[in-house]
Design a protein around this ligand. Structure first.
Ligand code: GTQ
Ligand code: FE2
Length: 349
């Protein structure tokens, strides 16, 4: 037992230390070295049809892609000052006929998941890929990229970036290109043909931090999931979940961000799962529920939700459902910080 005199002496010491920018560890042990992660990020959900889509259509009348540079709405998690998780940003972008989102590059890595429309392209270092709903596209860090649309109508896609992570690390650089578009360097989808068809060039392929393939068509991913479902190898928590891979290394597509496509068959009731990764998910097809922490979200196509780090979550599908997701797992694995936990016996009410 410590005496009152000791108490007073300690409090007086703590107050003096605070003024000097010194904090005794023993006064902040629980928050500094907690026994397990205490997520600062809470679950979050955005409704596409009712909220995101109308907001983007309004922006389409309010400002041009040229003036905005990118006509993008950021999906902010209410528990954070900016971003969907503490490492990842999620946004939705709209482009109209005749518009160009001018070429630029940045040290943050980006990915796209195409939501609706047709005829728009995104170009990476002068190589275009025309986007179709469900397609997954990577824009590696420090590559020049521009987006454009020559055909009628609007096109919408989801942007995923590691902006909060890279900004936190203090490693953000960006620059505008000298003209709105980078001149065509290769025919559209050159990289996919060269690296993305189960074929590789005979000469050694340099391993870079990112996949040499920029575009992963939905058609291919969907076909693979459909073939795999016949094998009946469902994971109790994640259904049939596959990662998008760098075909040269077998690793994740980007150095910081992992991306996944997942099939949940009609009637699937997943058992709870949590990991140290922070995940953003969007619904490509189907309907169901996501139980995330103390929240229950009813999801429909193109809705977006956050699965925070170390937070129990489970998925249920009322129809065959396909979920695209991206997470900071690629970062965590490199640092030896990825851990996961399954609770198959936990009863889901
Ligand atoms: O399309 O290049 O949502 O640079 C945020 C930053 C999209 C883009 C975003 C970007 C982009
Ligand atoms: Fe960009």
């Amino acid at each position: 037992m410590k005496s009152d005199i000791e108490d007073v002496a300690r409090d007086e010491y703590y107050a003096r230390m605070a003024l000097r920018g010194l904090t005794p560890l023993w006064t902040v042990m629980a928050e500094t070295v907690p026994p397990e992660p205490v997520p600062a990020c809470k679950p979050a959900f955005w409704d596409y049809a009712d909220d995101i889509r109308p907001a983007l259509l309004e922006a389409a009348d309010l400002i041009s892609a040229d003036e905005a540079q990118r006509r993008v709405l950021i999906l902010n998690n209410p528990s954070l000052s900016r971003g969907a998780t503490r490492t990842l940003l999620c946004a939705m972008q709209l482009i109209k006929k005749g518009e160009i989102a001018p070429a630029h590059r940045h040290t943050q890595s980006a990915l796209r998941l195409v939501i609706e429309g047709d005829g728009a392209y995104t170009a990476v270092n002068g190589e275009k890929t025309y986007m179709r709903p469900g397609d997954f596209i990577v824009t590696p860090a420090w590559t020049w990229h521009d987006h454009g649309k020559d055909t009628d109508g609007s096109m919408i896609w989801l942007d995923g970036l590691d902006i909060p992570l890279v900004n936190h690390l203090g490693a953000t650089f960006s620059e505008e290109y000298e003209s709105p578009q980078v001149a065509e360097s290769r025919k559209p989808d050159h990289s996919r043909a060269r690296y993305g068809s189960g074929l590789l060039p005979l000469e050694p392929v340099a391993t870079t931090h990112h996949s040499p393939v920029f575009s992963y068509p939905y058609e291919k991913a969907r076909e693979a999931l459909e073939l795999l479902r016949r094998e009946d190898e469902w994971d109790a928590s994640n259904g049939l979940k596959m990662k998008y891979a760098n075909p040269v290394t077998g690793g994740h597509v980007l150095p910081t961000i992992s991306s996944f496509i997942q099939l949940l068959p009609k009637g699937f009731v997943g058992s709870p799962y949590r990991s140290t990764e922070s995940t953003v998910a969007t619904v490509v097809e189907g309907r169901g529920r996501a139980r995330v922490g103390d929240q229950i979200y009813t999801f429909a196509p193109n809705d977006v939700f956050v699965l925070p780090n170390w937070t129990w979550a489970s998925l249920e599908a009322d129809e065959d459902s396909v979920i695209f997701s991206y997470s900071d797992r690629a970062t965590l694995e490199k640092l030896g910080l990825f851990r996961e936990q399954r609770e198959p016996c936990r009863v889901v009410a």
